[in-house]
Design a protein. Structure first.
Length: 251
């Protein structure tokens, strides 16, 4: 895939298209060791592109795992609250703290990143961010029944009847009962719940139907992807090639 050089720079740096063109005219951009001529030049992701001596490592698609903290919303923009996209742009990925500040500036996030699905504002845990619309659609499509697992803490004790009702499906005010869900009781008021849907506030509504309130919720798995235990709340990293391929292969 080839892109115009000015678009490449605008996509993978903080530059606008007009600023990128100006940088190119001033001789501050090199492609494969040669000064770039114009913003119209075509470049590929395999090309070596330097801006003021810094390598700009663009990718067609980016895939990020965030251990989402409570208090931020799963959106790309919001007038009141901080979004997950804004959040990751403020925080370096895991492992970058030891990298000198000058070198950190060569690591840019794609400007069209978005969260794959939503976690409630007060919910923590695994959230994927990407700019791969096809993969996101397939992960979220009801047709594919991609499993999502949550750790839940409740205000009342659980029992085996709750396990049976989750498996049978619950009426939470939708047209149909919820799809069969797997409830694994860990402690009187703690459990793992695996669902294959993603309705609005679904986990909380399901437990409310059982007469219990969720007081803490954390997503731990989505499809083949498990939350990296080494990621503290609020930390993020890029997915490995194996993790990406495994997500693709479940479709």
């Amino acid at each position: 895939m080839n892109l115009r050089l000015d678009k490449y720079l605008a996509d993978f740096t903080e530059l606008t298209r007009s600023q990128a063109k100006k940088e190119i005219r001033e001789g501050r951009v090199q492609v494969n060791g040669e000064p770039a001529k114009t913003g119209n030049d075509k470049v590929a992701f395999s090309d070596s592109i330097l801006w003021d001596g810094r390598e700009i490592r663009g990718q067609q698609y980016q895939y990020i795992m965030l251990n989402k903290p409570a208090g931020i919303i799963s959106s790309t923009a919001d007038d009141r609250d901080e979004t997950v996209v804004e959040y990751i742009k403020k925080h370096s990925p895991v492992g970058m703290d030891s990298v000198p500040e000058h070198d950190r500036k060569s690591v840019f996030l794609a400007k069209d990143l978005f969260p794959v699905g939503r976690l409630d504002k007060d919910t923590e845990g695994l959230l994927i961010l990407t700019n791969d619309g096809e993969l996101a659609h397939r992960l979220l499509s009801p047709r594919h029944h991609v499993a999502k697992k949550y750790f839940v803490r409740l205000d009342k004790d659980l029992n085996t009847t709750d396990v049976d009702k989750m498996r049978e499906g619950l009426d939470i005010g939708e047209k149909r009962l919820t799809s069969p869900a797997a409830l694994e009781i860990l402690a009187p008021r703690e459990a793992l719940l695996t669902i294959t849907e993603g309705k609005f506030h679904q986990v909380k509504r399901m437990f409310a139907k059982l007469g219990k309130n969720v007081i803490y919720l954390k997503r731990t798995e989505m499809g083949t992807l498990t939350l990296d235990e080494s990621l503290a709340v609020g930390e993020w990293r890029v997915l490995t090639e194996e993790e990406i391929q495994n997500l693709i292969n479940i479709m």
